[in-house]
Design a protein around this ligand. Structure first.
Ligand code: GBH
Length: 452
């Protein structure tokens, strides 16, 4: 049996959340508002007018949540820190009460032998910094590194793994190009600069960490293979453009010190001549890469879709999640092997993987979610297959521990292993929680395809 080879003995089994999506009470104890607080409170921005005001109430129920994690047998928990709880104005004065919340959370995790993986930025920029220009301001990298340093000093003795920024692509593209995430801007020139500054912020934080940190630091990227919807030359070229736009735009500067050539074609005159000294700085020696994997793109050439001229379409008869994303486990193997062959086989954590489905209503204290159970088993198997083929995969985190605030979709889309009742925030395990508990206990036995 190949099990021992598939998931190495130190393999990390985790689950993930982010601050604005689960904590609730975003202004408690002196916290400054974030751009997501502002955005969600702007009518028309979030489905159903949902906000993170209560979310899962994790800010007050974190001990209960840590107990749920312990019950699952998690070896790690990935969460994010709300910048504005620690620095209400984004810079300057530290809010001790906000920082203390995270110290208590980390201590509670360690009491249960659960390693914290801490994300410094999961999209909730302090509104005070947005008023200064946010990520468009070239100083944003310094703001971020200064904020990061406060957390490194407070927590690095207890935190083994840090993630600088979660999914810069989503921040730049959904926040500044398509306008569906905070701060809701639609401007290509702005989006490409924001991406550049996010990458520089990551590099600055890594450099700061190099001087005083003792563990590991990395970045989490949403990666998604792009496949042409037909064999036509046009569709294949479109898939290549969309691949550069989603994957290469980040991976190439981080690992190879250059942006893909396709970026200038995609953005035309909105693409500036970035100074090569800055691009060089982005290629910093991080300790690992975080991969957030959900689906693939099925791509058709379509000049009407800007800026890529490539449309992501639904593949006929493909199984999809409640988000409309195709269920495609093999894409996870593909991405991991591509990191091996094209990017020097870096140490990798799958920092997010999971799915929203229409779960059954709870009956007799149970929620049946067979499609999530199948999704998790298949994707963990696909991760194991990549390890067998030589990928340096160190761990896997389910998105998400809890049903939570799914950004522009509000609470209608549920990704949790635990159902959260919107009326009273009570938690109820789904069948997938039990399934994941068994997977962890058996170290993924039986999920790995036999090597052929
Ligand atoms: C993650 O982002 C987030 O980190 C997390 O906070 C969130 O709750 C979770 O996933 C579930 O959404 O069709 O062109 O839009 C998801 C990143 C990026 C995945 C876009 C799907 C579809 C490409 N997503 N991608 S497109």
């Amino acid at each position: 049996m190949s099990r021992g080879h598939a998931f190495p003995s130190g393999f990390i089994w985790g689950a993930a959340t982010s601050a604005y999506q689960v904590e609730g009470y975003p202004l408690a104890d002196g916290a400054g508002p974030s751009i997501w607080h502002r955005f969600a409170h702007t009518p028309g921005r979030v489905a159903g007018g949902a906000t993170g005001d209560l979310a899962c109430g994790h800010y007050h129920r974190f001990r209960e949540d840590v107990a749920l994690m312990a019950e699952l047998g998690l070896s790690a928990y990935r969460f994010s820190i709300a910048w504005g709880r620690v620095l209400p104005d984004g810079r300057g004065r530290v809010n001790r009460k906000g920082l203390d919340f995270y110290l208590r959370l980390v201590d509670a995790l360690l009491e249960h032998d659960i390693q914290p993986m801490v994300t410094l930025y999961h999209w909730d920029l302090p509104a005070a910094l947005q008023e200064r220009g946010g990520w468009l301001d070239p100083d944003s990298a310094v703001w971020f590194a200064d904020y990061a340093q406060i957390l490194f000093r407070a927590l690095d003795d207890r935190v083994q793994a840090w993630v600088t920024i979660n999914e810069p692509w989503v921040v730049a593209v959904l926040g500044h190009l398509e306008g569906v995430h905070a701060p809701g801007h639609r401007d290509a020139r702005e989006a490409v600069r924001v991406m550049h500054h996010l990458l520089l912020a990551h590099a600055e934080a890594c450099a700061t960490y190099g001087a005083l940190g003792r563990h590991q630091i990395g970045i989490a990227l949403n990666l998604e293979p792009q496949h042409p919807a037909s064999d036509s030359e046009a569709d294949r070229a479109a898939a290549d453009r969309r691949d550069a736009f989603i994957n290469g735009w980040l991976l190439d500067p981080l690992f190879h010190g250059r942006y893909p050539e396709a970026m200038a074609d995609i953005f035309g005159s909105a693409w500036p001549d970035f100074p090569s000294t800055e691009i060089d700085r982005i290629r910093c020696p991080a300790d690992f890469l975080g991969v957030n994997y959900y689906s693939r793109g099925w791509v058709r050439d379509d000049p009407a879709v800007q800026p890529t001229g490539a449309a992501r379409i639904e593949r006929p008869n493909a199984p999809v999640t409640a988000m409309g994303w195709e269920v495609y486990p093999r894409g996870l193997t593909e991405i991991l092997l591509r990191l091996k062959t094209q990017y020097g086989n870096p140490p990798v954590y799958i920092t997010e993987n999971g799915a929203a489905f229409e779960d059954s209503a709870p009956t007799a204290g149970r929620v049946e979610d067979p499609r999530r159970v199948a999704y998790l088993r298949e994707h963990i198997g696909a991760a194991g297959a990549a390890i067998q083929a030589g990928a340096d995969l160190r761990g896997y985190f389910v998105w998400s521990l809890l049903d939570n605030f799914e950004w522009a979709e509000g609470y209608a889309k549920r990704f949790g292993l635990f159902r959260v009742d919107p009326s009273d925030q009570s938690r109820l395990p789904k069948a997938s929680a039990e399934c994941y508990k068994d997977i962890i206990a058996s170290h993924g036995a039986g999920l790995i395809p036999e090597p052929s």
